[in-house]
Design a protein around this ligand. Structure first.
Ligand SMILES: [Zn+2]
Ligand SMILES: [Zn+2]
Length: 648
């Protein structure tokens, strides 16, 4: 008998040679029907792998990330089979699952795959799938594997790097492929499949190697899942921040200025400024002090901080001056500058914590192929702050930072988020700088703070940076996509490198702990995510303009001006569209601009001192005619609903 430990901690006995599917069946028939993959002692296995030792077993269904991975990887086998059928003589290389689907890299030789081929390939994949072929692993010797693939230099290279005795093929139908495993029980559950695109990809990602064709696909256990997925992709396209940013005139790029260097247009700059003011106000309450540091620093600064070793060769190169040997770097991080601010005078434990905040612009060279709208740029502004505190203050400082991050998310309409606590790998203690005692204290402080604040968090061992543990927030946007946002990071390294000190109650000098934190991450990336999350309909408090006054004709210009003045008295941001255009055209344009309220003024309104109010995106609902005071009340109430005051 063997002892199998399940994720809930329960231990069950099974006959040696039992399979994950047997274990599933012993729990329930329903589970057995849904199990599509399994992991034993942390290694992915087949659902029919015979278990012969004690160990921990996890069963996966389609709803698990691991389940999807097995599903998609298995589909890549079927697609590879069909590609070989349709394009005889091609050379298969690798076909892994990815975040959304799978790909297979293929050397098509003198053949070519085009969009016109997709439909027939998809149909054939589903035809084969319906035949319910089982995936079966088969061990082969290295010599045999090399013989089988003697005409495929890619597989030969892969096999050469494997050890004899560890090599397996996966069989299904009349097809086999070199594979280390992780498949669904049989092809029968693949009910929908689509080839998404083809692209060029270098063998092993190295541009010195031959360019292959990467065929991207995705598959689902239900046709409806595929339909939903394609709709989601369409919606994501409509919400693409690059498209919306252009339509709403928020930002632009200029080849003359340079790739990856966004230009903020007046409306975008106003939006940024509003976000900055919002955070500054909360930070002031939370005891932060604003600082300002230059965009460049002497090379030695970054040699001291270690950033030169990390970014030096692969990023912007030093700026030379007329002075012999003098070199400056564009700053890749604000931290070194803030360390020097701390070093400006001696501190006592009574002065701590010091919290220095700066919207600091940093520059990092990204490959041009990696650049993407505002999410991957070469110059960006972090909502950065560094807290210098005693080890005993970590606990309360962490809680305070979490409060601030949650306040930020709440005010911007992100309700769906999770957190990850990254801690040491206890098996590799040499990897980390700082004393074991401090690490324990810091990790415990983070975990305490996370559970104290009721966060939905997971702990990931081995994910900490060498210089300290951290807490990351992931938010889910309106389309269910995960984004990594705010980070809170403990650092024992920089205080050491910059020889930061404070005088303790024992009159001795001690090292402070440093916390890096940025709730938005970067202004650029955050605004991109916010644009896609809200489709440009930002919370009302953040909108550059909250209302537009549309006059029915030039005759009402004076009344429109009067309305604007009254709105300004109520601190409502508005503007007038006084052009000699039809009201229909003015409304359509205001809708495209996502103007939250359209206030129509004409003869009736002027006579009664009212406005006719139309809400964005609610055509057909009819306008309401109200006074300016009534309108101001509606706006202010809606603002107060999302934008609460930050309480410390
Ligand atoms: Zn496989
Ligand atoms: Zn930092």
């Amino acid at each position: 008998m063997i002892k199998i430990t399940l994720p809930d901690g329960s231990v069950k006995e099974f006959a040696s040679g039992s399979t994950p599917m047997d274990v599933a069946r012993s729990i329930s028939e329903g589970l057995a029907r849904n199990v599509i993959s399994a992991a034993f002692n942390g290694t992915t296995i087949e659902t029919e792998t015979e278990l012969t030792t004690d160990g921990a077993l996890v069963l996966f269904t389609w709803n698990d990330k691991e389940g999807k991975k097995a599903f998609w990887h298995s589909t890549s086998h079927v697609m590879a089979q069909v590609l070989e059928e349709k394009f005889p003589g091609i050379k298969l290389t690798l076909g892994p699952a990815i975040d959304n689907g799978f790909y297979y890299d293929v050397d098509f030789g003198d053949k070519k795959i085009t969009d016109a081929d997709f439909k027939a390939i998809e149909d054939r994949v589903l035809e084969i799938s319906r035949e319910k072929h089982e995936f079966k692993m088969r061990p082969v010797s290295k010599a045999e594997a090399l013989e089988v693939y003697k005409n495929n230099e890619y597989k030969t290279e892969l096999i050469s790097n494997l050890e004899d005795g560890t090599i397996t093929f996966c069989d299904h139908a009349n097809f086999f492929d070199l594979c280390r495993g992780g498949h669904i029980p049989n092809t029968g559950i693949i009910k929908a499949m689509k080839i998404m695109s083809v692209a060029g990809a270098y063998w092993r990602g190295d541009e010195k190697n031959k360019q292959l064709t990467r065929v991207y696909g995705i598959s689902f256990p239900k046709q409806k899942d595929l339909t939903d997925y394609l709709e989601l992709l369409e919606e994501a396209k409509r919400r693409d921040h690059r498209k919306l940013g252009k339509e709403l005139e928020l930002f632009a790029f200029s080849q003359k200025v340079g790739q990856g260097l966004p230009l903020w247009l007046p409306k975008g700059a106003a939006l940024r400024d509003r976000l900055e003011q919002f955070l500054k106000k909360a930070q002031k309450k939370a005891g932060y002090e604003q600082v300002v540091t230059p965009h460049i620093g002497q090379k030695e600064l970054y040699v001291t901080s270690g950033h030169y070793a990390k970014y030096g060769a692969d990023s912007f190169q030093p700026i030379h001056t007329p002075a012999e040997g003098e070199e400056f770097l564009l700053k890749p991080m604000n931290c070194p500058h803030h360390c020097e601010i701390y070093n400006n005078k001696p501190w006592s434990y009574k002065d701590l914590p010091k919290r220095y905040a700066e919207f600091g612009t940093v520059y990092r060279y990204e490959q041009s192929g990696e650049l993407h709208g505002l999410t991957r740029v070469r110059g960006f502004t972090q909502d950065d702050a560094h807290i210098f505190c005693t080890p005993d203050q970590l606990d309360s400082e962490f809680k305070k930072v979490i409060d601030l991050v949650l306040y930020v998310f709440g005010s911007l309409g992100f309700e769906n988020f999770t957190a990850q606590v990254s801690v040491r790998d206890l098996d590799n203690p040499d990897k980390y700088i700082g004393s074991v005692e401090n690490w324990e204290k810091a990790e415990q402080a983070i975990i305490n703070a996370a559970s104290d604040k009721g966060l939905n968090y997971v702990i990931e061992s081995g994910e900490a940076a060498f210089y300290g543990p951290k807490l990351d927030f992931m938010v889910k946007d309106a389309l269910g996509r995960q984004w990594q946002l705010g980070t809170i990071q403990v650092d024992y390294n920089l205080p050491e490198r910059f020889e930061l000190t404070y005088k303790g109650s024992d009159n001795e000098l001690h090292r402070p702990v440093m916390i890096h934190r940025a709730p938005f991450g970067s202004m650029e990336r955050f605004i991109a995510i916010l644009l896609e999350h809200t489709a440009g309909n930002f919370p009302l408090w953040l909108m550059p303009e909250q209302a537009i006054i549309l006059s029915l004709s030039e005759k009402y210009e004076n009344y429109a001006k009067k309305v604007l003045e009254l709105l300004e008295n109520h601190e409502i941001r508005a503007l007038i569209d006084n052009r000699n255009e039809t009201i229909g055209k003015k409304i359509r344009e205001a809708e495209v601009q996502k103007m939250p309220f359209m206030l129509i003024v004409g003869e009736e309104e002027e006579k009664n001192g009212t406005i006719s109010v139309r809400r964005h995106g609610q055509e057909g609902k009819g306008n309401i005619t109200i006074t300016i005071e009534e309108f101001a009340k509606i706006v202010n109430e809606e603002v107060a609903k999302t934008l609460k005051t930050f309480e410390v």
